[in-house]
Design a protein around this ligand. Structure first.
Ligand code: COA
Length: 312
């Protein structure tokens, strides 16, 4: 579509990009939902606010990795619904986006989407070309949906797709073991955590750690001869990123996250090299399911590791 331009993202695009993201992921999740799974709910106001806040952070940390597709014809707003996007000349015409970041020698894709009725016309490829040019040949990773356009695009861009499992359910609290050797994390821990990241996935999370530490609970190993850490999102009731030097430490950290959960919980982004997490989930009486892929380029499967969907 000639009226659609792909250009670097700006702060004033974020509201419209958020509307586009909320609408297109709702539609994509609805179309890939299995009948046994609960209905997909629209993104909440708090979720929209968090999305914009996170994109603003990416724009500050590595702006050249953030791209949008905008429809210059003025026909379309940043959403499929009538109220979406109409921001009146302040970037209200976003129809697609690809937000990626370089962290040291590693590149990751944080989020990527094109409005449903704009899909299949090459806009996704143009966005992907832009963010891969920014990667400049770095090894890369991201969490992929099962959307046929997405998986096709990723494989054709040279990524290997590692199927991911997830564990869902309510923890049987009688199974919780006594865990010692863990403590709450502090800003001073970020240095060794970055070194651990480097060993496991090629680069530290750097500023992403600072962002997460501000918003999530951090639990770390006391004994730095067997380092490991996990971020626990108390609102979402689950661990959102876990890294450890050995599977036993990883299992202790995951048990800690499961002990903190109340009601239905989720352990996701489990690739086959991370069956230590499946074993913990099964012991806690959670069920195994499948969920998308970890897409990797020029990188071994990270382990023991549960990637963060947002910061990989
Ligand atoms: C992934 C996505 C961004 C790709 O954007 P797009 O504009 O459709 O991408 P392109 O038009 O460049 O093409 C994608 C490829 O998949 C194909 N494709 C697109 N939609 C498809 C569909 N629904 N079913 C099957 N193939 C599809 C295209 O033909 C194209 O293949 P080709 O280049 O060999 O012809 C978009 O499909 C999307 O937003 N999906 C929903 C959200 C999502 O899953 N995002 C990824 C999160 S990891």
């Amino acid at each position: 579509m000639e009226s659609v331009q792909v250009r670097p993202a700006r702060e004033e695009d974020l509201r419209s990009a958020e509307r586009a993201s909320a609408v297109l992921f709702l539609e994509a999740d609805q179309s890939s939902r299995r009948v046994s799974e609960p209905e997909i709910q629209p993104r909440s106001d708090a979720g929209s606010k968090q999305w914009i806040e996170r994109m603003r952070f990416y724009l500050e940390a590595d702006p050249a990795g953030c791209w949008v597709a905008v429809d210059e014809s003025g026909v379309e707003g940043g959403g499929d619904g009538g109220d979406a996007g109409g921001d009146g000349g302040d970037g209200g015409n976003v129809v697609g986006f690809a937000m990626s970041q370089n962290r040291g020698g590693v590149w990751y894709l944080a989020t990527y989407g094109v409005l449903t009725r704009y899909q299949g016309r090459g806009i996704g490829r143009r966005l992907m070309d832009a963010v891969l040019a920014h990667a400049d040949g770095r090894p890369g990773l991201f969490s992929s949906s099962v959307h046929p356009g997405a998986t096709r695009r990723y494989r054709k861009a040279g990524f290997l797709l590692y199927p991911q499992m997830r564990m869902v359910g309510t923890v049987d609290r009688s199974t919780l073991p006594a865990i010692d050797g863990l403590r709450e994390g502090r800003p001073e821990d970020l240095e060794w955590m970055d070194r651990l990241d480097e060993e496991i996935r090629g680069a530290g999370h750097g500023p992403d750690h600072v962002y997460m530490l501000d918003r999530l609970r951090l639990v770390v190993s006391e004994d730095l001869r067997r380092p490991g850490y996990a971020y626990i999102d108390d609102e979402e009731n689950r661990a959102v990123l876990l890294a450890a030097a050995d599977p036993r430490t990883a299992q202790d950290l995951l048990w800690e996250a499961l002990a903190a959960s109340r009601g239905e919980t989720l352990v996701n982004c489990i690739t086959t090299a991370n069956h230590w997490a499946v074993d913990v989930g099964l012991a806690a009486r959670l069920d195994i399911g499948q969920e998308g892929y970890l897409a990797l380029r020029d990188m071994a499967e990270p382990a023991p590791y549960l990637a963060s969907g947002h910061f990989l």
